[in-house]
Design a protein around this ligand. Structure first.
Ligand SMILES: [Cu+2]
Length: 174
């Protein structure tokens, strides 16, 4: 490596030019940034839009239930007999949530999902063992946490209608 004066002088000029170029580039960048910034200020109303979007979305919780009959071995009772049942009969939702319930009924008879506490009295259409009928309904979960009972008011399986976990159950708001 040579370190004489001539080499240093030769090196000095390109260094000066590149420094100048860098300075010009930096100034240009600053100018663009400033321009963008002032543009952003002008567009303040549009910049507020995403804020409104994040506050808006309502929380929707989806619940899927199936109804099967005693003949389809819906649910075995503790006394050893099969019964009509909502599967599952109990589920949990969050306070204040919009709950979308989808029920696939494999029973030819119709049932209901009735609950004064949840504000629901939904008829569930009859289907068949091979082609279930699908009913979708929505309710708003109470804001107060707790256990909310529901039951089926259609005369179906008398034992199931009086036993929790079959044609009645509870929704936990937690
Ligand atoms: Cu029923």
């Amino acid at each position: 490596m040579s370190s004489d004066g001539e080499t240093r002088k030769e090196r000095g000029f390109p260094l000066f030019v590149s420094t100048l170029a860098l300075l010009v580039a930096f100034t240009a960048l600053l100018a663009v940034a400033f321009k963008l910034n002032s543009k952003g200020d002008a567009a303040t109303p549009t910049a507020a839009a995403p804020k409104a979007a994040t506050a808006a979305p309502a929380e929707t919780e989806k619940v899927s239930l199936v109804i099967k009959t005693d003949e389809e071995h819906g649910k075995l009772g503790p006394e050893g007999t099969w019964h009509d049942a909502y599967l599952p009969a109990d589920f949990t939702v969050h306070p204040g949530a919009t709950v979308e319930v989808t029920v696939r009924n494999y029973d030819e008879a119709s049932h209901t999902f009735t609950s004064a506490g949840l504000g629901t009295n939904q008829m569930i259409a009859g289907g068949s063992a091979t082609k279930p009928a699908t009913t979708t309904f929505t309710f708003t979960a109470p804001t107060k946490k707790g256990s909310y009972g529901w039951h089926c008011v259609m005369p179906c399986d008398p034992w199931a209608m009086t036993h929790s976990g079959f044609m009645k159950g509870s929704v936990q708001v937690a």
